[in-house]
Design a protein around this ligand. Structure first.
Ligand code: ATP
Ligand code: MG
Length: 226
């Protein structure tokens, strides 16, 4: 974890491929951090994604773009924990390691609604709720399904409505949906634009756009991929 991350208060992990990180990720995380008064959001690019996915930029490039993107935000930091661990990045391994490193500190996992409703296909999904609370962020096109129905059907019938709009296991962890500003931005669309030599302005932070151009990522005309 980055040295400048506060060592107290709630800690949120925002996992993803971040290929590249974009303003949809950043704005959603900002709104969640404010709403839940999180001390720190750790953007954590994965090593190898668990589900087959065409990851284009190297882990080092994805980390560097995330670092550039969070610069200047005292509540945001980047973690290379999954990249250093290497191999397939299972969230349960990550959360176990975070819990060991930060005993007693509340842990949250930030996730877009598109990804959340596939949680039952993750490795040891029920175990995830012994380690962290899941914050589900709205995303254009993602299912608006009910968290309680989903969790009771797929993970554990013991999930129940709890205070503050949470759905929880008795005395345990749970999930909550937060309505964040809908920004229809995806890394897939950004990679396509970059490959066509189109501008990425207002989709990614200026420093990230500049990095993509300089490093000639994503097959920009005249460049090499990653
Ligand atoms: P790709 O198109 O390559 O899948 P992506 O834009 O979906 O990229 P990911 O790195 O796959 O980005 O996503 C990481 C996490 O961020 C996931 O939990 C995803 O749901 C969430 N997320 C991505 N884009 C947005 C967005 N525009 N608004 C809210 N959440 C988002
Ligand atoms: Mg995605």
């Amino acid at each position: 974890m980055s040295a400048d991350t506060p060592d107290r208060g709630s800690l949120a992990i925002f996992g993803g491929t971040f290929d590249p990180i974009h303003l949809g990720h950043l704005r959603a995380a900002q709104e969640v951090a404010e709403e839940l008064e999180l001390a720190s959001v750790l953007f954590m690019p994965c090593a190898d994604p668990v589900f087959p996915k065409d990851v284009r930029a190297s882990a080092q490039h994805r980390l560097e773009m995330a670092r550039l993107a969070v610069q200047g935000n005292p509540h945001f930091a980047v973690s290379d924990l999954e990249v250093r661990r290497g191999g397939k990045s299972y969230a349960v391994d990550t959360l176990e390691e975070m819990a060991r490193r930060h005993p007693g500190r509340p842990l949250f996992w930030l996730i877009g609604a598109d990804a959340f409703f596939k949680l039952h296909s993750w490795y040891q999904p029920r175990r995830l709720f012994e380690l962290a609370d899941f914050v589900v962020m709205t995303r254009p096109g993602a299912p608006g399904s009910d968290l309680l129905s989903y969790l009771t059907y797929y993970l554990d019938p013991a999930f129940a409505p709890a205070e503050g709009g949470w759905v929880r296991l008795a005395n345990g962890h749970g999930a909550k949906r937060l309505t964040t500003t809908l920004l229809d931005i995806s890394s897939t669309d950004i990679r396509r634009r970059a490959a066509q030599g189109l501008s990425l302005t207002y989709l990614v932070p200026a420093a990230v756009e500049d990095y993509i151009c300089r490093m000639k990522l994503y097959g920009a005309p005249g460049g090499e991929d990653s």
